[in-house]
Ligand binder design. Sequence first.
Ligand code: AMP
Ligand code: MG
Length: 339
Amino acid sequence: MKLLLVFVTVAVSFTSCKRDEIRPHSRQSTAMETYVSVTTYDGNLSQHDAYALIDSAFAEVNRIEHVMTDYSESSEIGTINRKAGADTVSVSDEVVSLLQASLSFSQQSAGAFDVSIGAIVKAWDFLSSEPEVPSRSKIRMVLRLTGFKNVMVEGTKVFLTEKGMRLDLGGIAKGYAVDRAVEILKRNGVKHAIVDIGGNLGVWWEGTRGVDSTVAEILVRHPRKDGKYFGSLKVGTAGVSTSGDYQRYFFHDGVRYHHIIDPATGYPARDVVSVTIIANDALNADALSTLVFVLGREKGMNFIKDREGVEGIIVWEEEGVLHHELSPGLQGKFTRSDD
Ligand code: AMP
Ligand code: MG
């Protein structure tokens, strides 16, 4: 079992700025079961002010973790889970809008993305020190406790229709937290910053946008070589997120079992090894990287192509060799570096 806690490297190339405008201040922490890194690049900020703002961004991430975690029985999500099949729970507008966004991703993907995946994720227990492959009967049982159509949201009231059902926002909450952290920096006048929660990045660079800008060079982790990079691409203001089968996994009888589950089968999605999504914000990038991973190579790439403002890199493995495909908007903009 392996939980990746190594920082993703983001090199900032500053093509559009003068050197003295971009003095970086950076702090790292851990939250949401992974690393958090916040960097401001503003020549006008004193170290003291930059660190104070970075700490406010961390505080926001911690606040969101306390609301969204399904590990605590008393968080809003924990309460919904505890009352599954029994009671309706009143929640904050924030939880409602994140759930509604999640359900919309489920509808768009015929359930490939599903925040009601919690019972299945719990059965696999990837965070345990000795995870095991659940029995087929266990998988059959938890499959019956999964299904976004059984998540009822009306106004601010939420109800899971089956006892034992569980929400798990692991595929979307980090991206949401990244956006909120970026928002705090922005609101306080920061003009350039990068927030990274476990490979979900928010790049904020005033006056730039998406893959047509080239301020921040994002190094995409190599799916099969620790500490190495698969390639790089340059972006301006955007959300960039990678979902990979190497982030939380274990081997059993030579088979890799990882944390991105196909809700149709209850087993890890098998078609690809990593998906990187570039979207307008980190929430979309996070949810879509998980969603496209589950859809697989062909359906996943079609899904990306159908969406305005979304680009992606899909990596798959054939007989030990990695192959990749870029969405049309990334052609000529991604440099592969592993060979
Ligand atoms: P990510 O690393 O963003 O791809 O998200 C993976 C996490 O999302 C897992 O650790 C689970 O908590 C959750 N998850 C797994 N499978 C799915 C799925 N099919 N839909 C939504 N969330 C999922
Ligand atoms: Mg995700």
